[in-house]
Design a protein. Structure first.
Length: 553
């Protein structure tokens, strides 16, 4: 079967009514951790998954895990990565603890599935949210029932939205936002429109079909690009819009020819769609791209084993489908499937272009051609990832909005339920024409001084809004702060904490907004979640505390 986001054939028609303590929407890694937590706490739980394969990006190709500082890890997230460490320590004599964060998608899937099976979690696949029934009550509304498009109904004491898109929070009519705030909204410096140097066309590239002739029209992929002059930038920098950072697939590539599927010409391939890339590559002086450490090389291959990679976007033109995702956060399922397949065509076409097109410098074609898709990964979806990397969708707007000041340590919250430590990282959001040449816009990379706390208030709707819904993934954060929060280990830890809070709320018949943090935090500490930012090895790189998993080996 080909990779897909949605198909009518996945839906099972049902008139079943499920009554549980906790209903989780989305079997991302966060959703799975939430379910395991609920079972450990003695609650009844069901997970409704709008898809076929569990795990989200953790099983969807993001094997080069961004952590920032492994010492922040606690609870079941730590247990998951300890299991990864144990697997690879048994497999490789030269194992290092940091390899727990460098793993194959198939191993992550087996590990997460084992945790789900051990906890006997009920996961219903192919269950797409239709709507929720809201009931008014003192202090706000409450989800009384969730209904899927197949007819399944779920009544629960509490609900968890574990989707990347925030679909359940939108159905519950709570406040949310999409896109980038201005720098003025929260007094930030890195939000909104940003033209930066990284992942940029560092040399002039002509945007017109016939170079130098604006009347010929813009190249494919630039049809909607706006024109600016450098004198406009001061007034434009930091302004708001509804654009979201680019998506791509984190593809598992393979060097071993015995376990390799070559990059084939995809249906509908049009080489003209990659003319911008060709011009960019030819803008460099001869031999400039031979340097394997050059920042503008058109691919980023991170080894996750002796012959496999987690392959990501890199440079001015790469696997990010810039501008192809604007509709995604609020689109219906059919439209998302169209966008999903457009991303597949773009990225498969890009790999085919890089390995076959004579416009690509020969040494790059040869280097790219050494790689292919790993034949033993994503076997259910023709070796292509099942999950599109939704770097941001909707974001909750609650009584506490995490912003740049939290990430930099200028502000600290009083109710942390997990820590984050990765840089503020936004991929480009659009391409523009600046002084007659192509530029990327939206990339921001800002290292942090150390870990920071993510407040409980950022995971629950504001007072007066839905009182039995908690949101550990599409949390309340500004665009640029979400660029730091949006790491899979952080989502897992937030999901565990959210589940504890949700069940505590239901047990005491109080709203989630009324949960007493002084009661909640000791329960989180019992589960091993780290709440104190004064931890060792508070570095800002990918992996700075390799001894963190020694106790698991």
């Amino acid at each position: 079967m080909k990779a897909a986001y949605f198909s009518e054939t996945w839906i099972t028609r049902s008139d079943e009514l499920i009554d549980v303590d906790l209903c989780i929407y989305g079997a991302t890694a966060a959703g799975c951790i939430s379910a395991c937590t609920a079972v450990e706490l003695g609650a009844s739980v069901v997970v409704l998954h709008p898809g076929r394969i569990i795990g989200g990006m953790t099983t969807g190709g993001l094997g080069n895990t961004d952590v920032g500082n492994p010492a922040i890890l606690g609870g079941l997230a730590r247990s998951f990565y300890q299991r990864m460490a144990a697997h690879y320590s048994a497999r490789y004599e030269s194992y290092r603890p940091g390899m727990a964060f460098l793993f194959e998608p198939s191993v992550a899937k087996k590990t997460l599935q084992a945790m789900i099976s051990e906890h006997n979690v009920d996961i219903r696949r192919g269950e797409f949210l239709d709507r929720v029934v809201l009931r008014s009550r003192s202090g706000g509304s409450r989800i009384a029932e969730l209904r899927t498009i197949g007819g399944l109904r779920v009544r629960a004491g509490s609900y968890v939205d574990a989707t990347y898109e925030g679909d359940l929070l939108a159905a519950a009519e709570v406040s949310y936002t999409v896109g980038r705030e201005s720098t003025c909204t929260y007094g930030e410096s890195m939000n909104g429109f940003q033209v930066k140097e990284n992942h940029q066309f560092a040399r002039p590239v002509d945007p017109y079909r016939t170079p130098g002739v604006p009347e010929s029209g813009l190249l494919p992929g630039l049809e909607h690009a706006r024109h600016y002059s450098s004198r406009d930038l001061d007034s434009i920098q930091g302004t708001a819009d509804q654009r979201v950072q680019a998506y791509n697939f984190r593809v598992c590539m393979e060097l071993d020819s015995h376990n390799q599927k070559s990059f084939e010409r995809p249906a509908g391939y049009d080489p003209a769609h990659y003319e911008l890339c060709a011009r960019w590559l030819h803008s460099f002086p001869k031999d400039a791209l031979h340097d394997p450490h050059a920042h503008n090389r058109p691919f980023k291959i991170d080894r996750i084993g002796p012959t496999k990679s987690d392959t990501n976007n890199w440079g001015a033109f790469s696997s990010d489908f810039i501008g192809g995702n604007y509709d995604w956060p609020t689109a219906d399922y059919a439209r998302r499937e169209e966008l999903f397949q457009a991303h597949v065509r773009y990225q498969q076409g890009y790999y085919y272009f890089m390995t076959s097109d004579p416009r690509v410098p020969a040494h790059l074609r040869e280097e790219y051609s050494r790689w292919g898709l790993a034949a033993d990964e994503f076997v259910e979806t023709d070796n292509w990832p099942h999950q599109l990397y939704i770097r941001e969708g909707r974001r909750l707007v609650s009584d506490y909005v995490i912003c740049e000041h939290d990430c930099t340590g200028e502000r600290t919250c009083s109710d942390p339920i997990a820590l984050a430590a990765y840089a503020m990282d936004s991929h480009n959001t659009q391409r523009i024409i600046l002084d007659g040449v192509v530029k990327n816009e939206g990339n921001v990379e800002a290292r942090l001084p150390g870990p920071y706390g993510i407040p409980y208030r950022a995971t629950i709707p504001s007072h007066g809004e839905c009182s039995n819904l908690i949101v550990p993934v599409a949390v309340s954060a500004s665009h640029i702060a979400f660029g730091s929060v949006r790491m899979e280990p952080v989502f897992m830890m937030l999901a565990e904490a959210a589940t504890v809070a949700a069940l505590m709320s239901a047990e005491s018949s109080e709203t989630l907004q009324a949960v007493d943090y002084d009661r909640l935090s000791p329960e989180l500490a019992k589960r091993g979640l780290v709440l104190d930012t004064n931890i060792p090895n508070a570095g800002t790189g990918h992996i700075t505390a390799e001894e963190i998993f020694n106790d698991s080996l």
